[in-house]
Design a protein. Structure first.
Length: 253
């Protein structure tokens, strides 16, 4: 479980790094399953698989894979990871004992992989309060060269920002927080060894750089919320969120 000091660091900065939380035996099944999905060796919804816009012509599908979405919803290995007690212990220390799985994404960041501009996670999700926490597991060493996360410490305390500036991912339109809203003098990188886990608040401003190395930079982001959270979107579109720990609450997600 977390110390009071660790909780205070998270509350102040909006993120917390826990070193060596996972071991190689826990990481290898995730790497292996990712390869199997990318190469079409196991079933996985094609609409949840994204490739780099410039990835054509590479010899293997995994070499152009950008991201897998909603992994735990469709694969038992990723669901087992979301239930990892060591990760849930940290999450419990940050948002309480009643925990549900919101979603997850595996970011591949292959050599030449593109950047992801500044954004917050909560504006993408119709969940209140905006107090979700993401575990970001390094499946590889994460460096300045291969596209580490950059964050603005304390930015989660300033509430949600308008994601009003257009950003193109190939021919797909996305939005990000305007550059004028970002204090670049305060940003800092999160450098990790494989097995390290970074936990960040859903309102923390963060981005990742391009991968200018010759190696993949795989990171698995799993998003957790309190089972006391409320759904604010269209009720007909509300998913059935998986309870991972504790108990569900009537009238909540």
């Amino acid at each position: 479980m977390l110390s009071t000091e660790q909780v205070n660091i998270y509350r102040k900065n909006g993120f917390l790094v826990v070193r060596e939380l996972l071991n190689e035996a826990q990481l290898q099944p995730l790497r292996g399953r990712t390869y199997e999905i990318a190469e079409g060796l196991v079933e996985f919804p094609t609409e949840n698989i994204e490739f780099e816009p410039d990835g054509l012509g590479r010899s293997h599908r995994i070499d152009k894979l950008r991201k897998l979405n909603h992994c735990a919803q469709h694969d038992r290995i990723f669901l087992e990871h979301a239930n990892n007690p060591d990760i849930l212990d940290v999450v419990e220390g940050l948002i309480g004992p009643d925990i549900k799985l919101l979603s997850d994404q595996l970011f591949m960041k292959p050599p030449g992989g593109m950047e992801k501009t500044y954004h917050q996670d909560s504006p993408y999700f119709p969940i209140e309060p905006m107090d979700l926490v993401s575990s970001w597991v390094a499946l590889d060493d994460v460096t300045l060269d291969n596209g580490c996360l950059w964050v603005v410490p304390g930015s989660h305390l300033n509430g949600p920002k308008e994601h009003s500036e257009k950003w193109m991912v190939g021919d797909r339109e996305d939005m990000h927080v305007p550059d004028k809203e970002i204090d670049r003098e305060k940003e800092c990188p999160i450098l990790l060894k494989s097995g390290d886990v970074s936990f960040h608040h859903s309102l923390l401003l963060h981005r990742s750089g391009p991968n200018e190395s010759q190696f993949r930079r795989r990171g698995l982001a799993t998003h957790f919320m309190s089972a006391r959270s409320r759904w604010t979107g269209n009720l007909s579109e509300k998913p059935d969120y998986v309870l991972l720990r504790g108990k569900a609450h009537l009238g909540c997600v």
